[in-house]
Design a protein. Structure first.
Length: 627
């Protein structure tokens, strides 16, 4: 009995090697149909043997194989030509995976004398080993016939496939390995899309297919920690293998698309990757103990109190609680930092202006230190509420407002105000905030075209502050001020006001920066980039922008006449905030100062005449010393 599974596995592999070779080479339709006949025969033999084990009656084995021997010959003898190879490739890939599943079920039942299900048919070493070997063989045969992007996608998926949690002694190892590989694959996807941003390509729709598979995998792992079942994960792996075989043979999706010209395509890519990353972050938080396994354990790990699902308001509250708890969690931020940091680093290498490269280096470093290391891993992480400059986003993040934290909170406003006065609000909006890192990577920076082309994005262009912008910023600032007063009075015991037991300042931060910000982020194709600046929704950014508007920072030009004669206006096109009227100010005043300008510096980098430069306290001091 111990040798039988090995014999079945080797026989399956040899048969499939022949089948894959014939289908990939496609020498003649008859040879392809003969190969498919052999594939079907292997499938039927596995099914017949499995039924025999369940019933202990050889009738099922004989009848299934006899029926196939008769009816399976029909296409081989009668079909002379096939017009659509893609159909054959799809049938082949589907049958191939079903054959392996039935083989897994057969071997599992042979070894345990227990009927198999989807989980046990797939979550065994025989299925996984055969699957990986066949995928490798398929990739080798088709390697020269597919383009570089698809080859990279297939290799990335292949590297993900072996990490089935149940075949390893520890669940954590395959989960971590699959997460690391998927982070690498996500970077690969973004980089591939960015390299083809100037033209419509087949890889756009192929990419969407692959992201869907990745998303299903992460949902499957997340459900595993919630319900202790790998059913969704196993289904995603089945789909992944079918897609792998099909695309290796048929090539990329025949439809072409350009994500910089089609907002629906761009939104689909962003939304799917965001959902994938949401569940990936949640999975890593389960693995590292931030969330406790099981539904009840997960509920007890959430940031806000859980409410009974007795009415729509409670249901909405709990949904917000789940989404915000994952998006604000440690490992989601770490994972996003790795992905976006790599893309930002690649974008930084494209910049030719030294000061812009330095700013982007500080941006990446600030995310690593200010967002990740200091609050989560450093020796002072427990003391952040009491330290000036460390109270994130002004109020809320680190708890309610009380006497014990006033120094840290007010000190944060003072330090940031001083930096914004001297260097501009770029100290926050272009460096220490998480937003610039996510907006400034190669793929996401290329989406700034939607500042000009999207309906809402066009309404937020130029440096002008519309009336609705002023209303939004004033209303939010008043809300934050009132909330901080309420929270402070709560801490003194004068009043007792909470929302579902949550401090109002904590709740505002939770909703504003763990939910609404991400809604703005995934809506780039409809709002443009840096909507957090253009809509005035970020009260912490507005405070720093307001100080910057009366401070020393501005953009200046060396010679306004160069701007008069400029034919390109590359500075306006490069601005990721959508400020398109800076050239007029350069011509009129020789400088540009705007509430919206946060000193990202792409205009400085894009100027073909090296005519624009940053002006801040450094230049102000030099001017004073000259006199």
């Amino acid at each position: 009995m111990t040798l039988l599974p090995i014999i079945i596995t080797i026989t399956m592999l040899l048969a499939m090697f022949y089948v894959i070779y014939e289908v990939e080479k496609w020498i003649s339709i008859r040879r392809v149909l003969l190969a498919l006949y052999v594939e079907g025969m292997m499938l039927i033999m596995n099914i017949g043997a499995y039924l025999y084990l369940l019933s202990n009656n050889p009738f099922y084995f004989l009848i299934t194989n006899s029926a196939y021997m008769i009816f399976g010959l029909y296409p081989l003898l009668n079909i002379k030509e096939v017009k659509k190879r893609q159909f054959i490739y799809g049938i082949f890939a589907l049958f191939m995976v079903i054959s392996e599943i039935t083989m897994g079920a057969l071997i599992y039942t042979l070894e345990t004398s227990t009927p198999a299900n989807i989980d046990t048919s797939i979550e065994n070493i025989y299925f996984v080993s055969v699957m990986v070997v066949e995928m490798v063989f398929t990739l080798i045969l088709s390697f020269r016939n597919i383009n570089k992007t698809l080859r990279n996608y297939l290799i990335g998926l292949l590297l993900l496939m072996p990490w089935f949690p149940q075949i390893f002694p520890s669940v954590n190892l395959p989960i971590w390995l699959s997460a690391i590989i998927m982070i690498g694959d996500t970077i690969l996807i973004y980089d591939s899309l960015y390299s083809q941003r100037l033209r419509a390509s087949q890889e756009t729709f192929t990419t969407i297919e692959l992201i869907i598979i990745f998303t299903l995998m992460m949902i499957g792992e997340f459900f595993f920690f919630l319900y202790n079942t790998l059913l969704v994960f196993d289904i995603s792996m089945i789909i992944g293998m079918i897609w792998f075989i099909y695309r290796a043979l048929a090539g990329p999706n025949s439809r072409k698309g350009n994500y910089t010209k089609n907002p629906i395509l761009a939104f689909t890519i962003i939304f799917l990757t965001f959902v994938m990353e949401f569940f990936m972050g949640g999975v890593l938080d389960f693995v590292e103990g931030i969330f406790s396994p099981g539904v009840s354990g997960f509920i007890n790990s959430l940031t806000l109190p859980w409410e009974p699902l007795t009415n729509p308001i409670n249901t909405l509250w709990n949904f917000i609680n789940i989404v915000g708890s994952v998006l604000g969690s440690m490992w989601f931020l770490i994972m996003m930092g790795i992905e976006m940091g790599f893309l930002a680093f690649k974008k930084m290498l494209e910049m030719r202006v030294r000061e812009v490269r330095i700013r982007m280096s500080l941006m990446i470093l600030a995310y690593a230190l200010y967002t990740i290391y200091i609050p989560m891993f450093s020796p002072i992480s427990d003391h952040l509420p009491y330290l000036p400059y460390m109270w994130s986003m002004g109020i809320g993040t680190l708890g309610g407002v009380s006497n014990s934290v006033l120094l840290g909170l007010i000190g944060t406003y003072v330090v940031y105000a001083l930096l914004s006065f001297l260097f501009g609000s770029r100290n926050l909006c272009a460096i220490s905030c998480t937003a610039p890192l996510m907006y400034q990577g190669t793929f996401y920076d290329s989406l700034k075209v939607y500042n000009r082309t999207s309906k809402l994005g066009r309404k937020m262009m130029t440096s002008r502050l519309s009336n609705w912008f002023k209303i939004v910023t004033l209303s939010i600032s008043i809300l934050v001020l009132v909330a901080s007063i309420i929270s402070y009075l709560n801490s003194l015991g004068i009043i007792n006001f909470t929302i579902f037991g949550a401090d109002i300042t904590v709740l505002i931060y939770f909703i504003w920066f763990d939910i609404i910000w991400y809604l703005l982020f995934i809506s780039i194709p409809f709002l443009g980039t840096f909507a957090c600046i253009n809509t005035g929704y970020c009260y912490w950014g507005v405070f720093n922008q307001a100080v910057s508007s009366i401070g020393l920072f501005r953009l200046k030009v060396k010679d306004p006449m160069i701007c008069v004669n400029c034919k390109t206006v590359d500075c306006a096109s490069a601005c990721p905030v959508g400020i398109t009227d800076m050239r007029g100010w350069f011509i009129k005043k020789g400088e540009f100062k705007s509430f919206k300008c946060v000193g990202l510096g792409e205009c400085v980098n894009a100027c073909p005449y090296d005519n624009i430069f940053f002006y801040d306290v450094r230049h102000w001091i030099k001017e004073r010393f000259k006199h």
